[in-house]
Design a protein around this ligand. Structure first.
Ligand code: NAP
Length: 312
């Protein structure tokens, strides 16, 4: 292990809109932040194509380009961005200890913005067509499917909500669910079932997403009748839940019943002094780039005030 004796003001763990915004704010506050953006830097916007709902981009912006710009903006003010994953933390001591492989760092304040990962079906074709008709965010990508036929996979509240949302654009929305009973709350089920554009396909699993450059359809397996079939589609929205990326922290930080980091709302403070959370890692409700960026700003300001309070 190689120990860095210097104690950092702020270490930011994880990137995406929350982390980069926290970096911009802490850097501009002269805190000289150190950010471990992770090997899969940039978060969920790296999985999308055009972002049309982030204010300030009247023509839209490509998700990956947007993240590169946020990173540049953070670096312009002196953020040291390291493209590595944090492998271990110890928040039981101050300054807090952060391990990155064999390197050990210490910081008076830590901002966690490791995000949440959308669960995926795990198909090769899903990976290949991600951003080309496969999406994990109806709010982000629904508007690209005007007058098209799309499918939502899942039977929970997210799937129902996204199915309803997609009917604003799509001509037809199929809900493909692996059972014949929904997990979603009654009110969300009723809303979806009463929507004439939504059709349910029960007991069905997608075995392959078809298409070369973009989605053209799916192969289905009916687990009740044992039948295989194909259907033509323009888009597939996977809405089978999210997993907050909290594994590194749960020994020290409290989470809610769904596994998201708990903060002392409206602040970004976790239960450990000097440790703050921002973005999807603590937000199971809004999950938008703009709300994550806002949370990153909040965490930076909280960290700055905390450091001031302890005399740094
Ligand atoms: P969820 O409740 O965990 O539902 C996930 C759905 O995906 C389930 O129907 C599950 O099927 C299915 N699924 C999981 N893995 C699958 C796989 N590998 N292949 C095919 N299907 C799979 O997740 P969620 O809908 O994202 O909701 C998460 C939480 O947020 C819930 O507490 C929910 O109530 C809340 N939420 C609330 C609202 C609202 O009230 N407006 C909106 C969105 C979310 P099974 O049913 O067979 O397990």
């Amino acid at each position: 292990m190689s120990e860095n004796q210097q104690v950092e003001n702020v270490i930011i763990i994880g990137s995406g809109p929350a982390g980069y915004t926290a970096a911009i704010y802490t850097a501009r506050a002269n805190l000289n932040p150190l950010m471990f953006e992770g090997y899969f830097a940039g978060g969920q916007l790296m999985l999308t194509t055009e972002v049309e709902n982030y204010p300030g981009f009247p023509e839209g912006v490509m998700g990956p380009d947007f993240m590169m710009d946020l990173k540049k903006q953070a670096e312009r003010f002196g953020t040291r961005v390291v493209t590595k994953d944090v492998t271990k933390v110890d928040f039981s001591q101050t300054p807090h200890r952060v391990e990155v492989g064999n390197d050990v760092y210490y910081a008076n304040a830590v901002i966690i913005s490791t995000g949440a990962s959308a669960k995926l079906l795990g198909l090769e074709s899903e990976k290949k067509l991600m951003g080309h008709g496969v999406s994990t965010c109806a709010t982000c990508d629904g508007a690209f499917f005007r007058e098209k036929a799309v499918a939502i996979v899942g039977g929970g509240d997210s799937a129902m909500e996204e199915a309803n949302f997609l009917t604003r654009f799509a001509s037809k929305v199929y809900v493909i669910h692996r059972r014949e009973e929904l997990r979603a709350s009654k009110i969300m089920q009723d809303r979806a079932m009463n929507n004439p554009k939504i059709e349910f396909i029960w007991n069905s699993e997608i075995t392959e997403i078809l298409g070369e450059q973009k989605v053209t359809g799916v192969k289905l397996y009916n687990n009740k009748t044992d039948e295989h079939s194909e259907m033509a589609l323009d888009g597939v929205f996977v809405a089978i839940g999210h997993t907050p990326n909290t594994k590194l922290f749960t020994e020290f930080l409290e989470t809610d019943e769904t596994g998201y980091l708990k903060v002392a709302y409206p602040s970004s403070r976790t239960n450990v002094e000097g440790v703050f959370a921002a973005g999807d890692v603590h937000d199971s409700i809004y999950r938008q780039a703009i709300t994550a960026a806002g949370a990153g700003c909040r965490a930076a300001i909280d960290a700055e005030r905390y450091l001031e309070s302890i005399g740094h």
